[in-house]
Write a protein that binds this ligand. Structure first.
Ligand code: 4AD
Length: 466
């Protein structure tokens, strides 16, 4: 086979060498006997030039090249040249390709929108408007309808590299493996709701009513009862959420972990802080280039990380002092209150990341362990970035009688969770864990305004395709 070069590797070092690349036509410009193309591979771009000299390049070939539609895939053979001036606008500024052969491998049909329009930042549009110029932009629905094109923008390429970095070996996985966790896979077809009855996709399982798992919650706990000690899972989570918001999806990636604990649920919080310390550190050092691509289109400041734990009542009193005197000390926090608390914490403690623990029992799932000193509160926690929830978790009830009592009080049909309850009857260690929403982490780390931006093919109440 022939050797295929990468656009991102084209540099002065290859000057006068023959190379072969497969890339997309990013832009085309024809001028008489010459053609200037910009070739693109993911986020790397290089200028390719053709001059009709009647020897290697004919006029017909120049014409052929200029007529290949944008976004088509081409094979290009050429010689690396060092231009007199850097090629502005290309990532490979210091070189250009003098094309000796070009062949369209796959032609693109008419585009639903231009990638330059889809890559434009709001700031750029605003600045142009102030000069009286109206720049075309692309709305979210049109983008999502044509996600396979939209995903080609540099910001989108970078968002999904960042997102994959969060759970791939380097960060989430490695940290947990070092801490002695084992990866497991639990079923997504299950008999009953695992997080409460409402937001569940129901289906028919060989004639028996069943659900798509709302979380690996019950199964990761049964793994603990089966002596796995410390487990984690990265897998899809299904929620029939009817809320059409900036932060809810009907299917998302859950990073879940669960562990036996000895004395206190703070042992879980220690793991959460280690994990997010590693994630924040890893992203800002190893993914600086991706963050730059994202910030170019969606300007944001890299968030700050300091370990910080506040109790729910402490959070409530910060809110009361911060302009919400009537906030319910036993109610859940809505989006506005959470964001406000995030701003207060940022001002006071200088961190975009914090843990809020000891939530009121009334607002937590049935399996949550009440506090020993006051059952109105629970050994539970949420974790926030920029004042929005990315994690929720708790110490779980491991006493089967108390579990039955709580499930009944919460209206969960016992027959659908019988094997879960039974798993605690044969000896179960105290344990706790957490569930992280991957799309939320990527969205909030990058300061994006909508979770659909960090889901490759988002599922929401109105979207099932593409
Ligand atoms: O708060 P949730 O529902 O908690 C659980 O699933 C528990 N089993 C976790 C545990 O271990 N106790 O979901 C956990 C996280 C949330 O903090 C949020 O980041 C994300 O999952 N999440 C969603 N992400 C996108 N769309 C939705 N509809 C989400 N619902 C929750």
């Amino acid at each position: 086979g022939r050797t295929w070069d990468k656009v991102e590797s084209l540099s002065k070092d290859l000057s006068e060498q023959k190379v072969l690349v497969r890339a997309r036509i990013h832009t085309t410009r024809g001028k008489g006997k010459s053609a200037f193309l910009v070739l693109r591979q993911r986020t790397a771009t290089v200028q390719a030039v053709l001059f009709a000299d009647d020897q290697t390049v004919s006029k017909g070939m120049v014409k052929y090249a200029t007529q290949i539609p944008k976004e088509s895939i081409v094979d290009v053979e050429g010689v690396v040249k060092v231009p007199q001036q850097p090629i502005e606008g290309c990532s490979q500024k210091d070189v250009e390709l003098q094309v000796t052969a070009i062949h369209a491998v796959s032609r693109a049909a008419a585009l639903p929108f231009e990638l330059v329009d889809a890559s434009r930042s709001e700031e750029e549009v605003r600045a142009a408007a102030e000069r009286g110029e109206i720049l075309p932009t692309v709305g979210q629905d049109l983008r999502l309808d044509n996600r396979f094109l939209d995903l080609r923008t540099p910001a989108n390429q970078a968002i999904f590299r960042v997102q994959s970095a969060v759970c791939q070996p380097q960060l989430f996985k490695d940290t947990l493996l070092v801490e002695g966790f084992q990866e497991i896979h639990t079923p997504k077809l299950i008999a009953g709701a695992s997080e409460g009855g409402a937001a569940v996709f129901r289906l028919d399982y060989m004639g028996t009513p069943a659900c798509l798992a709302q979380s690996p919650q019950l199964y990761k706990q049964m793994a603990i009862c089966a002596d796995f000690d410390r487990v984690f899972e990265i897998g899809p989570v299904f929620r029939a959420e009817l809320s059409y918001t900036h932060r809810h999806l009907c299917e998302f990636m859950g990073l879940d972990f669960e562990m036996a604990i000895f004395e206190h649920y703070f042992e879980v919080l220690d793991v959460i802080e280690k994990l997010f310390g590693a994630i924040f550190e890893g992203l800002s050092t190893k993914y600086a280039k991706e963050l730059e691509f994202i910030a170019h289109q969606y300007p944001f400041e890299v968030p700050t990380f300091k370990p910080l734990r506040l109790t729910f009542p402490e959070g409530i009193s910060l809110l009361q002092q911060g302009g919400y005197p009537d906030v319910d000390p036993f109610g859940d926090l809505n989006t506005e209150l959470e964001r406000t608390l995030g701003r207060i914490v940022k001002d006071k403690y200088g961190t975009d990341f914090f843990i809020l623990h000891r939530y009121p029992s009334a607002v937590r799932p049935f399996y949550t362990m009440p506090c020993a000193d006051d059952p109105a509160y629970s050994n539970s926690y949420d974790v926030f970035i920029r004042g929005e929830e990315i994690i929720s978790g708790a110490q779980r009830i491991h006493d089967p009688d108390l579990l039955v009592e709580r499930a009944t009080a919460c209206g969960i049909p016992l027959d659908t969770i019988q094997s879960y309850i039974d798993s605690f009857k044969l000896g179960a260690p105290p344990h706790g864990g957490a569930g992280v929403g991957l799309e939320r982490v990527a969205m909030l780390y990058c300061g994006l305004n909508n979770i659909r931006k960090t889901s490759m093919f988002p599922r929401d109440p109105k979207r099932l395709t593409p």
